[in-house]
Structure formats: C-alpha cells, structure tokens
Design a protein around this ligand. Structure first.
Ligand code: KIV
Length: 261
C-alpha cells in the first residue's frame, strides 16, 4: 500500500469526485483492525453487527453504548490509516436529541471514532443536522436497517416497490442536505442504488445493493469465511473457519500426544 496518509471524513466525498471506489469493512477488535487497515481498507466500521458476529445474538438490538465504546476504542488502537466510523446502537439516538448528542459525543471522545453512523430517513434529519453542526461527522443508513428488524418482519430486501424506492431516494437526498458525508444503502434493488449514487454528491456505500455504488461494505467475518450464515451477496474470499479448526486440531493432537508419552 503506497498511500498511508490517515483518511478523514471529507476525504470520502473527495474520493467520489475523483472516481475512486471506497472500501469499507466492519471491525470489532484491534488485531483484526490492524490487518484490515494494513490491507488497505479505507473505512473500518465498528458495526453494531457485533451483537450478532461477536456476541452471538439473533439481531443487533442488545448492543449498548458501553459495548460500542469498548470495541471502537480497540479498533481505533489497531488502525493507522482507515477512517474509523462507529455505529450508534439501538435507542442511543432515537428517544431525544440530547441522547443523540451525548452518545455520539461519547463515541468520539471515549471510543476514538472519527464519525458515527445512524439508521433512518426523515425522522433522523434534524438529528443529523444537529450532530454535524456540533462537529460530529455522520454517515446515514437506509434500506435494510437492522435496528428496525421487528418493523420489517425480518432481515428482508427493502424498497422493492416504486413508491418505496421514491421514498428512499427522497430520504437519501434529505440526509445529504442535512450534512452527512456518506450513506450506506443496504439490500435494495441495484437500479435504485445506481440512481442514488448518480444523484447524490456524497458517496453511496452499498451492501447487497449491486456493483454500481461509490463503494462497498461487508461484514469482515463474512468476507473471511468465519461465519456460517453469511448472506448470499457476501462472497467469501477465504475459508478461515477451516484454517482455525485445522490449527486447533493439530494443537490438540500435539498436547494429547505429549500427555500420553
Ligand atoms: O452493523 C453493521 O455491520 C452495518 C453494516 C453491515 C453496514 O451496519
């Protein structure tokens, strides 16, 4: 990797305007953050997917501010170049503006994040505006928003009707106007993500939303083959699960053989 200058929030829209694609991966600890950063990931997202990937939950709803702060600090310690973005967990920003400001501030101050990501469209516009005005860079998130899993009735593809697509584009434009510097579009039709990428000046980072976005994000454990239930769009680039099992088997054999000698 040649460019080692640390990336900051304004660099992402600049990358879009230069036609450079943005690589975002989730990270939850310092060791993995160090490897992903070394490999050239542009953005490390401390996703609240940690509730599923790391804590083994069925969804992201149990993740707390304390969880996010601890994991964000670990990721920040392992990172030199990538921009570290922390997810605002469920109910840390929805109930009041005061909650949103205090908790976003904690992610920067105590966690060392350089930006926060929050889910939702129209109801979140005032919050995004306020956080940005206070100096906190914000990434939006529309489409499949995992914190609304119960309203959606499961982790399902979103914006599949003309009306829902129109609403999503309207929300995406409003998020850009509110001052967000990037937006994640999760599990929406590829044509809709392409249209959003063309219409917005800020980068659209897609996940399960086709190739025509300004960047892509994946859960790193899915990419590396550490999870057994990755979504179909998360193509494995390695089978680390097999490597781990094999290494532990070899170690166990050695230990047991020595014990029986
Ligand atoms: O929590 C997360 O990991 C995310 C990404 C999948 C976009 O929000």
């Amino acid at each position: 990797m040649t460019n080692t200058k640390p990336l900051r929030a304004p660099d992402l829209p600049a990358m879009k305007s230069r036609g450079e694609k943005i690589v975002m991966l989730t990270a939850y600890d310092a060791t993995m953050a160090h490897l992903l950063d070394q490999a050239g990931a542009d953005v490390l997202l401390v996703g609240d997917s940690l509730g599923m990937v790391i804590l083994g939950g069925a969804d992201t709803l149990e993740v707390t501010m304390d969880d996010m702060i601890r994991h964000t600090r670990a990721v920040q310690r392992g990172t030199r170049r990538a921009l570290v973005v922390a997810d605002m967990p469920f109910m840390s920003y929805q109930a009041s503006m005061e909650d949103a400001i205090r908790n976003a501030g904690r992610l920067l101050q105590e966690g060392g994040a350089m930006a926060v990501k929050l889910e939702g469209g129209a109801p979140m516009i005032a919050t995004i505006e306020r956080l940005v005005s206070l100096g906190i860079p914000v990434v939006g998130h529309l489409g499949l928003t995992p914190q609304s899993v119960h309203r959606m009735g499961g982790f399902k593809r979103q914006a599949t009707t003309v009306e829902a697509g129109r609403q999503l584009l309207e929300d995406a434009v409003a998020i850009e106007r509110a001052g967000a510097f990037a937006i994640v579009l999760e599990c929406i039709p590829a044509e809709l993500a392409r249209e959003a990428s063309a219409r917005l000046h800020i980068p659209v980072i897609g996940i399960g939303s086709g190739a025509d976005c300004d960047g892509q994000v994946l859960v790193s454990y899915d990419l590396l083959g550490l999870t057994s239930s990755a979504p179909p769009f998360a193509k494995r680039k390695a089978n680390l699960d097999q490597i781990v099992v094999e290494a532990v088997r070899k170690f166990a054999e050695e230990v047991r053989a020595a014990g029986s000698a």
